[in-house]
Design a protein around this ligand. Structure first.
Ligand code: PRP
Length: 206
């Protein structure tokens, strides 16, 4: 049986529909259960419902064979997994954003609020800009509005959150979308099965 770590939420629902379309359906998934391990009746598949930020940990450690995770999380945590396929969903971008009209005072250290300290550090290192990271867990846009930070490095999807809070993108950092990842040992052990799955998923999203 192959274990698939799905992120709970919108991306996971969409990803599940992809797996369903290649024959890996699981009736319990549609029943709105609170179960976290769902076994498919028709196929040799078990779905694990995981917090999005934890999917790569389950896959890296082999608790799941494959998983669906945002490229943003892969860039931040750099797990030791194989990235097999861009699912072309959950598309968004990392960007630096600041209050409208922001001008960077390069004489002082830039205060950067973010959920993604590693991505932010790497981005500013390349630019040789001294920064101070303020690690937050959510509602990042509040940081520059309240004076906690000068800018944010965050995910922008539709841009609505920025717009409604009088913030705008200052610089793009990197694009992101959902990726199919595999545990390295599981991939060696089940290469044929996983490659077949990747091939069929690629056909569906093409
Ligand atoms: C994410 C991100 C932005 C928002 C961007 O937050 O951190 O706040 O979505 O989406 P938009 O461009 O479509 O407005 P999320 O909803 O994950 O919640 P969070 O504030 O708890 O991080």
């Amino acid at each position: 049986m192959i274990s698939i770590a799905l992120p709970k939420g919108r991306m996971g629902d969409k990803a599940y529909r992809l797996f369903e379309s290649i024959g890996l359906e699981c009736r319990a998934m549609a029943e709105g259960t609170r179960k976290l391990v769902l076994e498919s009746e028709q196929s040799d598949v078990r779905y694990l419902l995981v917090k999005p930020a934890d999917v790569a940990i389950y896959v890296e450690r082999g608790a799941a064979d494959i998983g669906i995770v945002g490229k943003d999380i892969l860039l931040e945590t750099e797990p030791s997994v194989y990235e097999l396929l861009d699912l072309k969903m959950g598309a968004c971008r990392f960007a630096v954003a600041a209050p409208n009209g922001f001008v960077d005072d390069t004489d002082s250290i830039l205060r950067v609020a973010t959920k993604y300290p590693n991505v932010s550090k790497r981005f500013y290192q390349r630019k040789n800009r001294d920064i101070e990271i303020i690690k937050l867990n959510g509602s990042i846009e509040l940081a520059p509005l309240s004076g906690l930070s000068d800018v944010i490095v965050d995910i922008v999807e539709t841009g609505t959150t920025l717009r409604e809070n009088n913030l705008s993108v200052v610089e793009d950092v990197a694009p992101s979308s959902a990726r199919l990842i595999a545990n390295t040992a599981a991939y060696k052990f089940r290469q044929e099965q996983i490659d077949e799955m990747v091939y069929r998923l690629a056909e569906v999203i093409a």
